[in-house]
Design a protein around this ligand. Structure first.
Ligand SMILES: [Zn+2]
Length: 323
């Protein structure tokens, strides 16, 4: 019986069998993909829509639609949702399963932060994992118990596809080309496989950072790298490109807002010094304070140019005199 979740490790590399073929990734990819999964959005979709549906068939269809969406975005979760087809109350089952997965995700995030995040700490990931186990006995027990879950499977791949001779009729075979043999670690328990991956990552000294743009984990090229290479937003740009674009737009806004403010401020200050009876200093100080706050809001993008121009308008003399 094959395990539901399997990984094979090598130097800085891992292999996953996505059900169709052998896929090679950077070590840690399966874990980081799981940690970046937004289970709350799927849960919301399921719960909010299910409340409006009374007919059992409609509710069943909804659960299947949400599960299909998850599987298409995160193929490795296909096995995690497999038992749903045997369930009668699919919405309830899927909701419970997503809550479980979200709990696992947040628990693993805390562990990953402690073990792999690059910061001022000097200890290696492996040292940190040992130190954490000495404090966290629940984690220590989970890691000690992994051998109860894990199985080892030797698999042969020909042209990237698994060779399963037992299922095909007996026949003569030409010497196969492009043949690989890999040892897989597998389990029917997702947590067991992800913890095994964490142990392998610690042993191979993997370091992680959180992207300064999207907040997701990534493996930086150097300690100076701050953005990941994931594609964010609709334009298909990377976090690095999007952050640079925002910075540039902010700079333009800062130049524009500041120069408008400086022109108006100079003109107002001149009027106050030439005609203090009409343009009172107290009024000017209040205007200045409001104007500076407005420029800051404009640079941050919370105020548009039209509103900024209105706020920076110098109050006319008539209005001031009537106070
Ligand atoms: Zn990012």
């Amino acid at each position: 019986m094959k395990a539901l979740y399997c990984l094979s490790f090598d130097k800085k590399t891992e292999w996953i069998d996505d059900g169709l073929k052998l896929v090679e990734d950077q070590l840690g990819t399966a874990l980081l993909t799981f940690l970046s999964t937004d289970f709350d959005t799927f849960l919301n979709e399921l719960v909010v829509t299910a409340d409006d549906l009374n007919h059992p068939t409609d509710r069943e269809k909804l659960a299947e639609a949400v599960a299909a969406k998850i599987k298409s975005q995160y193929p490795f979760l296909t096995s995690a949702l497999l038992p749903m087809s045997f369930e009668k109350k699919k919405v309830i089952w899927l909701r419970y399963r997503l809550l479980e997965l979200e709990k696992l995700r947040s628990d693993l995030c805390a562990l990953v932060d402690d073990v792999f995040l690059m910061d001022e700490r000097k200890e290696s990931p492996l040292q940190r994992l040992c130190m954490r186990q000495s404090r966290d006995k629940l984690l220590a027990a989970k890691l000690a118990g992994l051998s109860d879950y894990l199985r080892v499977e030797r698999r042969i791949y020909i042209g990237g596809h698994e060779f399963v001779p037992i299922l095909s009729p007996a026949q003569e075979m030409k010497p196969p080309e492009d043949i690989t043999s890999r040892l897989f670690l597998g389990a029917d328990d997702l947590q067991a496989v992800l913890l095994t991956e964490i142990q392998e990552m610690a042993q191979q000294n993997v370091r992680l950072k959180k992207c300064a743009y999207c907040g997701g984990y990534f493996q930086p090229f150097s300690s100076r790298t701050v953005y990941c290479d994931r594609l964010a937003g609709k334009a298909g740009k990377t976090c690095k490109e999007l952050a640079a674009k925002e910075k540039y737009e902010k700079k333009i806004a800062a130049d524009e807002g500041l120069s408008l403010y400086q022109r108006r401020n100079k003109a107002y200050a001149m009027r106050v010094s030439r005609a203090p009876a009409i343009y009172q200093d107290a009024e000017y100080q209040a205007w200045k304070q409001a104007a500076e706050a407005a420029v800051k809001q404009y640079v941050d993008g919370t105020l548009d140019l039209e509103r900024l121009t209105q706020i920076l308008e110098i109050p006319n003399a008539k209005a001031v005199r009537s106070h």
